[in-house]
Design a protein around this ligand. Structure first.
Ligand SMILES: [Zn+2]
Ligand SMILES: [Zn+2]
Length: 295
């Protein structure tokens, strides 16, 4: 997993989890596309429940459209069904709701480009539900719909629990927009890619060349030995999160007062892995993907 800020290319903004009237969303696929384009997005994945919505006849309004699906099946320890999002669907996808979650993930990988686990908090998934699963590239660290619906949009705890046990997973911020409440144009990922084409964006997502946010921007992460430079839009807290016991750092240790736009941290070598959280004055956050020293 390399540092996306050191990769070649430009930044592109996108949302990878969206519903339309093809499942339980309130707006048509075209209205969803038009809305995201009007809000400055570069790419969008429509991920209706149980079906790959046909995007071939839509006016893309200048955006890259990625076919996708949200699949659900099986039961977690607390009785919720797992929801997984597969993006880059290669054709129609039909699965059996009797399948277990691993079979869903495997099916997603065979018939699409990649798979991530949707809204762990909303589903009350614990790390124990996910630790034995393989083949998914990340979890939704933020889901706008789940935040506004039940106040459980953030899943950083579950993500960290999995990272601490050696899983190498990315964190996605998505809207899961149904367009009934304020669940659109909030959660997004910024992908660093050479160009905004299907192949380049999918490759960058698979490589972890992105960060997640529901507001602030991360402008730069630079690692030079043990020194880490973080540059971001004005933020009230900067956190170096390490999921291992008692490790990590915050900008308060540096002696500067907020707002922070540029902070240099001195990290110890056992701060592995680490990820960055930037919290702005409204409580919105940006989450970097984890970085492992020496990789
Ligand atoms: Zn879901
Ligand atoms: Zn959904």
């Amino acid at each position: 997993m390399t540092n996306p800020f050191a990769a070649e290319g430009d930044w592109f903004k996108g949302n990878l989890h969206t519903h339309t009237t093809e499942s339980d969303g309130r707006v048509s696929p075209q209205e969803a596309v038009t809305g995201y384009a009007a809000h400055g997005y570069d790419f969008l994945s429509i991920t209706d429940h149980r079906k790959v919505t046909d995007i071939s006849k839509l006016d893309n309004k200048g955006m890259l459209l990625i076919p996708g699906i949200e699949m659900s099946a099986d039961q977690s320890e607390l009785g919720a069904s797992y929801h997984v999002v597969a993006i880059g669907a290669k054709g129609p996808m039909e699965y059996d709701t009797e399948w277990d979650c691993q079979k869903l993930i495997d099916y997603g990988n065979e018939n699409a480009e990649c798979v991530f686990i949707a809204h762990p908090s909303w589903s009350s998934l614990t790390f124990a539900d996910m630790i034995g699963l393989d083949g998914y590239i990340g979890v939704e660290v933020y889901n706008t719909g789940c935040h506004f619906e039940v106040g459980r949009g953030e899943s950083a705890t579950q993500w960290d629990d999995l990272l601490a046990r050696g899983k190498k997973l990315f964190g996605f911020a998505v809207d899961d927009a149904h367009f009934r409440i304020l669940d659109s144009w909030v959660g997004y990922i910024m992908v660093k890619a050479p160009e905004c084409t299907y192949d380049a964006i999918i490759a960058a997502i698979k490589a972890g060349h992105f960060y997640a946010s529901n507001g602030p921007q991360i402008h730069n992460l630079e690692l030079d030995g043990n020194r880490l430079l973080v540059e971001c839009s004005p933020c009230w807290e900067l956190r170096v999160i390490c999921p291992m016991p008692g490790r990590g750092n915050t900008a308060y240790h540096i002696g500067q007062r907020p707002p922070y736009t540029s902070v240099e941290f001195e990290l110890s070598e056992n701060t592995v892995p680490f990820r960055i959280e930037c919290l702005d004055e409204t409580g919105n956050k940006a989450w970097s993907n984890p970085i492992w020293f020496g990789e």
